[in-house]
Design a protein around this ligand. Structure first.
Ligand SMILES: C[S@@+](CC[C@H](N)C(=O)[O-])C[C@H]1O[C@@H](n2cnc3c(N)ncnc32)[C@H](O)[C@@H]1O
Length: 180
């Protein structure tokens, strides 16, 4: 196993842990099997977690995690639920591993959500976006999202793309956005 070149989920958690100084409020925009939410709740005082699937929400409820507010709705509706600024936001796009592969994130709602989340991200805060380009919707998402990321104001945001170059061409990508 490598220490730094880990899978995109572990890498995003390590980056948030190391570089987000003020760990008060975080959002997991794609709860799924709950690994990212569990990580965030072990580090932050308060976590909002979105997923559109009952199975994801119900599974996480078993943790009785008081720091986590579970929201069964589309992450494009962040502003309906989160009325405060946040210090970290995680996206692990695509479908629920082990679940229904036809229920997947899509570029329109992902983009809308990312735009909203960046508005409420505190200075010094970090957003991570893991993109799975090996399926059709993921490849489409990558195109639309990268176009958006490349246009973000460089005076306000540092944007970095992580891509493993000696594995599959369609290995997942990780985009990290840090707000100045
Ligand atoms: C790759 S999984 C997330 C993995 C998760 N972060 C973990 O730690 O296990 C993607 C999740 O996004 C959810 N999802 C898809 N579209 C969504 C949307 N518009 N809003 C919120 N969640 C969505 C899916 O239901 C799925 O559970």
């Amino acid at each position: 196993m490598f220490k730094y070149v880990s899978d995109v989920s572990e890498l995003s958690q390590n980056i948030i842990d190391k570089f987000v100084g003020n760990k008060n409020v975080a959002i997991d925009c794609t709860l799924g099997n709950g690994y990212d939410t569990k990580f965030l709740s072990s580090k932050f005082n308060k976590v909002y977690s979105f997923d559109i699937q009952d199975v994801a929400i119900e599974n996480y409820k078993k943790n009785s995690d008081e720091r986590v507010t579970l929201i069964k709705d589309c992450h494009s509706k962040i502003s309906d639920y989160v009325e405060e600024n946040v210090d970290a936001v995680m996206y692990n796009l695509g479908f629920l591993p082990g679940g229904d592969k036809s229920i997947t994130t899509n570029c329109e709602s992902s983009l809308k959500s990312i735009e909203c989340a960046l508005q409420i991200l505190n200075p010094g805060g970090i957003m991570t976006v893991a993109i799975y380009v090996g399926h059709e919707q993921g490849a489409k998402e990558e195109g639309i999202l990268m176009e958006y990321f490349m246009k973000l104001d460089k005076k306000k945001y540092g944007v970095m793309l992580h891509k493993v170059v000696n594995r599959s061409e369609v290995a997942p990508r990780l985009v990290v956005i840090e707000k100045k």
